[in-house]
Design a protein around this ligand. Sequence first.
Ligand code: SF4
Length: 72
Amino acid sequence: MAKHSYKNETITVFFDPDVCIHAGACVKGLPTVFDLDKKPWINVDGAPTERIIEQIKQCPSGALSYKLSSET
Ligand code: SF4
């Protein structure tokens, strides 16, 4: 399956469901952004960009990644 992407004007978050090991670090660590009960389940407006990046770096599988709009 292709990677999914979720974006606002500052950041794009990518999620690869084939890589996710469902460890749950993201939903436990930052539930205002990563919430499996919501659609879409990633809300990039749910926390400051720096906090989202910090959480993405803790994803153990590498399923989550990001790109800043300023890097394009
Ligand atoms: S932290 Fe990464 S591996 Fe764990 S559930 Fe979230 S996306 Fe999947």
